[in-house]
Ligand binder design. Sequence first.
Ligand SMILES: [Zn+2]
Length: 453
Amino acid sequence: MQLPPLLQQYAFKYSGKLLTYHELKISRRILDYLLQHQYLTITPGITEKLLFTTCNRCMNRQSHLFGKIPSKKNFIIYCKNCIQMGRVSTNEPLYKWSGPSVTNDQIKNPLHWKGELTSLQQKASESITNTIKLNNQVVIYAVCGAGKTEMLYQGIAEAISHGKRVCLATPRADVVKELAPRFRRDFPLLQIAALYGGTQDQDHNAHLVLATTHQLLRYQQSFDVMIVDEVDAFPFHRDKTLPKAVNRAVKTKHARIYLTATPRLDMKVKIALKKLPVVSIPMRYHGYPLPEPIFQSVFQLEKKLTANKLPEKFKQWIRDRHQLQRRYLIFVPTIQLAENLSKLLKGMPHVHAASPDRDYFIERFRGNRIRALITTTILERGVTFPSIDVAVLQADHHVFDEAALIQIAGRAGRSADDPHGNVSFFYEQKTEAMVGALSYTENKNKEAKVWLE
Ligand SMILES: [Zn+2]
């Protein structure tokens, strides 16, 4: 059925989503019209059944994450868990498009990228394309720097040429911001929406949606292809609502692609039991091995740092970087240590999740305007600086689990012009995570060597 133009517009804006009244951006009068004619239907924002209160947007069921506002009759209950996306309450429902569905036009040959894939990338690319054709699922288990984005291109092109709608979800807004211009350049004919907290973009049934995982909470039965980047990363890994959001955002028939360099145990088990097909990419796109971490043991490291003394080995590592004219990142476990270290190193810039000038310093580092940067785990993954060395101070701290250390080591040696970076772990007591990160690197390098031969 052909809708009148205005209704057609609403269909494009609303279909496949669960939105608050505020997000519909229409008057009450139009809302009433759309409800009366069943173009929109109401889903309660919060349901209270037996002992459980459930938020129908973020699927939160934890009682301490609900708030109460006194009202004339009783109380209004609202969800605190997803409040940053606008309030959902017993008084504020969600709206869903139930009019005629919309379809995207099929765009033939949407991919304008002229680059070439390595044979390993090609293997992953074929598997992704087949998975999309057959509405299956696959895990792409690829080391940091394997060139994941390019592996996705052919599959995305295949989906788009059949009028399918694709979502690439990633835990970090930085990654959405980094990917959006690349996709716009390489798929110039597509409508692409880049969604993260504070974004200006809107999704009017775009062909391709690049979104942080939290943005998926606004979707229902929307995507034919769901690509989940860094599936092992926080917050996807710890926040149980986000996997549910992924499940709700996809259509009944869909393809799902998981990307990870460091799968968690539950995924490894599924892979081992052959419940999840996997393609393993042990080598970087430039064909050089992953830099192996160098263990630098320091006697009484914590005591020294508490007394604001820098260990000699660490000072030597920094002097060497300057002598070799290398750029470097220093990872530290806490904001406190980031600040202290910055003072001890004559005001070397530092960044952490809450630092106001975080973007400024990251951009300056990226643009080669500063040689070194102290950081907490915020720069652990997703970001690419071409030619750097990496130190982890207190690598034995509990915030550095195996996946974190592998990802941090994965920041070094990313460029084909300079594929060898120095990765040094400074520690007092060797941890399982450190040993695990080293053996991961050794194993991947062995696998890659076998592939090359
Ligand atoms: Zn909620």
